[in-house]
Write a new protein. Structure first.
Length: 295
């Protein structure tokens, strides 16, 4: 058994059962629905279908990252048990949470000088971070030390690909990511923007797809172009979705048909309340291991 714990932010968007089964710990972000605070706890406090229904009905949302004091409180019990820590944070291109984690690490390192605390800027989000931490759990279970695991994470984090599309531009307009005019024309023309996460961990629009069917085809083409070993890709593949399960299933079916050597079936997860507060419903994201992100 490893003498360290593997941890991440709740924004990894895996299920509570997945975290338990892989012995992965998580720290919760926070969100506000109509100014009432909730923990981003994988839909346990508020079912995700209720959350997205509230958004559709006009509820306001905003999010709050984990602060340094909360990280101190979260990390301390593990350190008191004599365990080291490796924690993956939501991408610095999206959130400043890695800074909070590092402030907590500096404070705790003085109090527990014999313990190792590694903080990784994952440069990933949603079930991309989930796929990342799941791979780290595989390596941990195979006997990798925490030092080697940290180095592997730093060396390979840009090999993780995120591609996603949205069929509902309402919340991209609300969040200021596109103008009202662009949102109106996009909705009228049934445009689904296709985005990815770049080498700095930022969300970047890449192309506009006319219609959902075209977006589904294009997102799988991106996997064909970038996956390790192309159509012979033999790693795991995750999808996350926000209140559009049938669209996610359509992407999963196409991936499984095109990539017969996948490690198991495509895993479909829910986009949680932190990421979902910004995307709204109607978003499908695809995650896989591939070539190095360079732009």
């Amino acid at each position: 058994m490893a003498n360290y714990i593997l941890s991440c932010c709740s924004t990894a968007d895996l299920s509570a059962e997945h975290f338990r089964s892989r012995d992965i710990h998580y720290a919760c972000f926070h969100y506000y629905l109509n100014d009432k605070a909730y923990p981003d706890d994988l839909g346990q406090t508020m079912p995700l279908d209720h959350f997205y229904a509230a958004m559709v009905n006009g509820a306001s949302t905003r999010t709050s990252q984990i602060n340094a004091d909360e990280f101190v409180e979260y990390f301390t019990p593990f350190l008191e048990q004599g365990l080291d820590i490796l924690h993956l944070c939501l991408s610095s291109g999206i959130s400043g949470v890695v800074n909070s984690a590092n402030l907590a690490r500096q404070e705790l390192q003085e109090k527990y000088p014999d313990r190792k605390i590694y903080i990784v800027d994952s440069l990933s989000a949603s079930s991309g971070t989930g796929l990342f931490v799941d791979k780290l759990a595989d390596l941990r279970d195979a006997g990798m030390s925490i030092d080697a695991l940290y180095q592997w994470a730093m060396d390979n984090r840009l090999m993780l690909h995120h591609w996603f599309f949205s069929s509902d531009l309402t919340f991209f307009v609300k969040g200021g990511r596109i103008t009202k005019a662009a949102g109106w024309f996009g909705t009228a023309l049934k445009i689904c923007p296709l985005l990815n996460v770049d080498y700095m961990g930022r969300l970047i629009p890449r192309q506009k797809c006319r219609g959902k069917k075209r977006a589904i085809e294009e997102i799988v083409k991106k996997m064909e172009q970038h996956a390790q070993d192309g159509l012979n890709y033999s790693g795991k593949c995750y999808i996350s979705q926000s209140a559009c399960l049938e669209d996610a299933k359509a992407v999963a079916a196409l991936v499984e048909a095109r990539f017969p050597k996948l490690d198991g079936k495509v895993v479909i997860n829910n986009i949680g309340t932190t990421i979902g507060s910004h995307t709204g419903p109607g978003t499908v994201a695809l995650f896989f291991w591939g070539d190095e992100r360079k732009d």
